[in-house]
Design a protein around this ligand. Structure first.
Ligand code: MUC
Ligand code: MG
Length: 379
């Protein structure tokens, strides 16, 4: 008897962050995660996550919108479908649902988690096999306050947790932002790599001046300085900047990656499965990066444990990961909804060995933080 998909459930879970996280376009003090459960007829359940930054502030999907897209449009396409082929199940979804990359990534993750659990293999084995068992993980300094950021970085270095830091800039005037970055780099010196993420806040002229000043300050990488649609600007900036330029928000799938590779629109790609439209699509972006001699970096949408470990399984299979990863999302949250938190040590995230994602959801805890859970009202 074929194993089929019986039921798809979605939850919205709200978890506060350990401090405000300030980006150019928004500031967050909680993370909203959409969890998806794909229940199969053999009793196996797969898990996926869809998380954004500041609701609709960062991109064009929200956790609440993902829940609606899955409940109303995707789940009916999946009920009764063969659970043993996540690729065929997702092709069915893609044939009827345009866009909605984050929702599709969450569903694909759950389908792959179930398939890998059933096979008794870690998800990474289903994705081709691991090239590494641990991933370097940076930390983002984004409190908005220079002294607090320096103190936070010192604590992280001393604890052996992170020695690479990404600074969120673009909210304030460029000169003020760069003074903040330079002060942090000067305090940390050669003990840390310092990078910046402008989250699309600059125009080309500002970016040209900013890149020169950031080079003088000793910054190693500049992420998405220009609006995502300004590809020509990114290409010109990449050819002129002394600091490597990375594309993030501009990469909404393999097609974007191909354009960027053709016109050398970036020196590095931040690869994010939800932005790409799924784990397989993200893997294709990595393949294009490799073919185009573009550096590879494992990005995050500040997901909790499920989305983070799903991305980690994929990134572990990449043959190159020059720029490391930023898979620190669960560490930004005050509570962990996994039964066993992810294993962060020696500046790295250690991949679990168990089947599927290799993590277990603490159902009681997740229910407690569930927005529409028992005894709760919608926020
Ligand atoms: C982004 O734009 O990279 C990733 C790390 C972080 O602090 O914010 C995110 C989003
Ligand atoms: Mg970014």
């Amino acid at each position: 008897m074929p194993i089929v998909i019986d039921k798809v459930d979605t939850w919205i879970v709200d978890i506060p962050t350990i401090r405000p996280h300030v980006l150019s376009m928004t500031s967050i003090s909680r993370q909203v995660m959409m969890l998806v459960f794909v229940h199969c007829s053999d009793g196996v359940t797969g898990l996926g996550e869809g998380t954004t930054i500041g609701g609709l502030s960062y991109g064009d999907e929200s956790p609440e919108g993902m829940k609606l897209a899955i409940d109303r449009y995707c789940a009916p396409l999946l009920i009764g479908a063969d659970a043993s082929s996540p690729a065929a199940a997702m092709a069915r979804v893609r044939a009827h649902v345009v866009g909605n990359h984050f929702a599709k990534n969450a569903l694909e993750t759950a389908l792959l988690d179930a398939a890998a659990r059933r096979a008794g293999l870690p998800l990474s084995a289903l994705l081709g096999g691991r090239m590494r068992d641990r991933l370097p993980v940076l930390w983002t300094l984004a409190s908005g306050d220079t002294a607090r950021d320096i103190a936070e970085a010192e604590t992280m270095i001393a604890a052996g947790r992170h020695d690479t830091f990404k600074l969120k800039i673009g909210k304030r005037a460029m000169a003020r932002d760069i003074a903040h970055v330079a002060a942090i780099k000067q305090a940390l010196g050669d003990r840390a790599s310092v990078r910046v993420d402008v989250n699309q806040a600059w125009d080309e002229q500002t970016a040209l001046r900013g890149a020169a000043m950031l080079a003088d300050a000793g910054v190693d990488l500049i992420e998405q300085p220009l609006p995502h649609a300004d590809r020509a600007g990114m290409a010109r900036l990449t050819s002129r900047s002394r600091v490597p330029i990375m594309a993030d928000e501009a990469l909404r799938g393999p097609g974007d990656a191909l354009d960027f590779a053709r016109f050398r629109g970036a020196d590095a790609f931040s690869i994010k499965p939800p932005q790409a439209g799924g784990l397989f699509a993200a893997g294709r972006i990595a393949a294009i990066a490799t073919a185009g001699h573009i550096g590879v970096y494992g990005g995050t949408m500040l997901e909790g444990g499920i989305g983070t470990i799903a991305a980690a399984h994929l990134f572990s299979t990449f043959d190159r990961l020059e720029w490391g990863t930023e898979l620190f999302g669960p560490l930004l949250q005050t509570e962990d909804i996994l039964a066993e938190p992810l294993d962060y040590r020696d500046f790295s995230l250690i991949l679990p060995d168990g089947p599927g994602l290799g993590v277990t959801l603490d159902l009681e805890k997740a229910s407690h933080f569930r927005r529409d859970g028992p005894g709760r009202t919608a926020v």
